[in-house]
Design a protein around this ligand. Sequence first.
Ligand code: ATP
Ligand code: MG
Length: 242
Amino acid sequence: MSEDIILRVEDIDVYYGDFLAIHNVSMNVKAGTITSIIGANGAGKTTLLDTIMGFNKPRKGKILFEGEDITGMRTSAIVRKGLSMAPEGSMVFEGMSVKENLLMGAYASKSRKMRSELMEKVFLLFPVLKEKENQLATFLSGGQRQMLAIARTIMSNPKLIICDEISLGLAPVIINDIYDKVKEINETGITFLIIDQEVQRSIEHSDYSYVMVSGSIVLEGVASELPEDEVKDAFFGINKYA
Ligand SMILES: Nc1ncnc2c1ncn2[C@@H]1O[C@H](COP(=O)(O)OP(=O)(O)OP(=O)(O)O)[C@@H](O)[C@H]1O
Ligand SMILES: [Mg+2]
């Protein structure tokens, strides 16, 4: 396998009961890139991310991280390998302070020294979280929550950050801020795999994209070179590949 592929998904099928949610999905995420997954509601994007993170088990196929087979591993072990996810809905622990939220993401970072270094890195990237470190997360705005969700992933010292629905429910100016942060974090050498409901924005902010329709990947390529009409069809769920 090429060394610059950090994450490889090989021909996976994922079921919910009898329902085949993802079929024959393969993808290669190149180290150092921002890679996106595009697809209509119900296309299987979250299912794919959850499977990579070990929340779902594929019935067939493999997931390799840095060449190592992580299929079926527990999520905590996967996080320790260097994968971390900011889930859909900017989920934070409402009743905990910003700082406590960040520490919840740190269970995979071994030493106290490493934790404080990561916390420092987070506060440099997100000064607003430093300002609010002792406030309850429930008082954060939508944008600040999303920042906290991303910041929390950094606390496990990841090599790859996965963001589901990165801009959901946020105002355009805030979305720009979030993407600026993604770019900044990416430039420190961390790879991103992201989902954004908005196709155009998703393409604009990524290097490479995969397009999903009804549980399968139907199109992939350098984001800026994807044929616009085919992406549009996919987004509206028109599966002419079936
Ligand atoms: N826990 C579950 N149990 C049963 N079916 C599920 C479950 N989660 C998702 N599904 C189904 O699997 C398919 C893929 O759903 P998934 O949430 O992965 O899509 P998505 O692309 O993330 O959609 P959205 O854009 O709405 O977030 C859908 O048909 C959905 O109804
Ligand atoms: Mg989803």
